[in-house]
Design a binder for this molecule. Structure first.
Ligand code: ADP
Length: 430
């Protein structure tokens, strides 16, 4: 293993694993620090290992403890460099968790400087003059300003990061990045001499990310979004440590049925549901009130799915508009409503897999976490991209080995995501 990655949520982990895979590293994603010997054994078969945590919004000290545990496991398995991966919209609060985790990891690896670069131009996240943009909007004017857990009200990442860490934070601007690798290295050396420990780096294009990736080749810790991973594999290749493999165009999937579980209420997912309905997929809406009353159970939905013609995947969704969500939340409480629906999808996933589903798409970060947990999946092999940031994956350790799974962050993917994804699977015998 060459590169160890610690991601603060599950769909973010898949996103960075895809990026590394496409850049030529054989990559596996594990759910938390693996406990079973089988899951740890897979470390040796891959160039990069991504540990998926669920540490974005938990108390900062717990996020630090989990991240350090992951760092130690990755280093013990031979990782030469660590990447701390967080959201491309820098989802965090003044309490953390990006600052405290980055600080603890830097100390753990014995490093004195790390870059901070959540830019992901392919998904319209860019950094200029240390300000993060979502498309044309500064972060603080984007929908992220109203995020329920991590509202982002300042677009300047030097200020945002500085509020979360005791270490000194500075910046390398685009004018420097545009001059190339040597100039970036010089600017980072100056920052180091000045006692700065975190440097926010501008990046508005993939070329900028490649320059930055090359410039940090000798750093023990890199922090950023999935975009910054793009330039890291080339460093290992230049050092003669990595022989790039070709990315498979398809993922091997064992025969069986397909199902889509959508628990995300994001605009992109709701558009994808409408598109799938128009394309003729059998769909079933699940209502949180009915779940709460016991009037709708996972067994009932699984029975409905079994009655549908096998030619199409079935789609089950709880996704609803803001008014309907607000009504349910007022009645049940925000967290309880979310947990109720997540548990339902976890149980439904188990029932569907028991009934012969071998290909599963899950929409929603938290929903994906619930499903992966319910299915007991410990490790995922990364396959081809369906859309930027969302690959097919295959369960390789833990429950349901061989299951083809695509976990989609709510807002990712084009309108035809639920219908086009299946063509990337290649039927093989188990
Ligand atoms: P996203 O990636 O879009 O943020 P998530 O799955 O992370 O999607 O979050 C969606 C949350 O909304 C989950 O906790 C889910 O259980 C909850 N949810 C989904 N449908 C409903 C609903 N109809 N009523 C209330 N909460 C819901």
């Amino acid at each position: 293993m060459l590169l160890g990655c610690i991601a603060d949520d599950i769909t973010g982990a898949t996103d960075v694993a895809l990026m590394l895979n496409e850049a030529g590293m054989r990559t596996v994603q594990v759910m938390g620090v693996p406990r079973s010997p089988a899951a740890r054994a897979v470390f040796d078969d891959f160039d990069a290992v991504v540990v998926a945590l669920k540490s974005r919004t938990i108390p900062a000290d717990e996020a630090v403890a989990q991240s350090l545990e992951a760092a130690r496991a990755l280093q013990a398995a031979g990782a030469r460099q660590l990447l701390f991966k967080y959201c491309s919209t820098f989802d965090s609060t003044p309490q953390g968790n990006i600052g405290p985790v980055a600080e603890a990891l830097l100390e753990e690896v014995g490093g004195d400087l790390a870059i901070v670069c959540p830019a992901f131009p392919a998904n319209a996240r860019s950094i200029y003059m240390s300000n993060l943009f979502v498309g044309a909007q500064p972060l603080a004017e984007s929908p992220m300003k109203d995020h329920p857990l991590t509202p982002m009200r300042d677009s300047n990442l030097v200020r945002v990061m500085q509020a979360q860490t005791r270490a000194r934070v500075s910046a390398v601007t685009h004018a420097v990045v545009a001059q190339g690798v040597n100039q970036v290295r010089e600017a980072l050396a100056v920052a180091r001499e000045n006692g700065e420990r975190f440097v926010v780096t501008d990046a508005i294009s993939n070329d900028d990310l490649l320059v930055l990736g090359a410039a940090v080749n000798a750093m023990a810790l890199v922090t950023g979004g999935s975009g910054i991973a793009m330039g890291l594999p080339a460093n290992f290749e230049r050092a003669g440590l990595l022989k790039r493999g070709a990315v498979a165009a398809k993922l091997a999937a064992i025969p069986g049925r397909g199902a889509i579980l959508a628990g995300s209420c994001s605009a992109a997912t709701r558009t994808q549901i409408e598109h799938a309905q128009k394309a003729g997929l059998p769909t079933q809406a699940v209502d949180a009130h009915a779940i709460a009353k016991g009037a709708l159970t996972p067994a009932m939905v699984a029975a409905w799915a079994a009655e549908q013609a096998a030619a199409h995947p079935v789609l089950v969704y709880s996704s609803a508009g803001p008014d309907a969500i607000a009504e349910v939340q007022a009645e049940l409480g925000r967290e309880a409503a979310g947990a109720l629906v997540e548990t339902f999808f976890g149980d439904l996933a188990m029932a569907l897999v028991d009934a012969g589903v071998t290909r599963l798409i899950v929409a929603g970060g938290e929903t994906s976490g619930a499903v992966v947990h319910a299915l007991g999946i410990e490790a995922l092999d990364i396959g081809p991209a369906i859309d930027p940031g969302v690959p097919w994956t295959r369960a390789v350790a833990g429950g349901t080995p061989g299951l083809a799974l695509a976990c989609k962050s709510g807002n990712f993917g084009a309108a035809d995501f639920f219908t086009k994804a299946w063509a990337l699977l290649d039927e093989v015998q188990p």
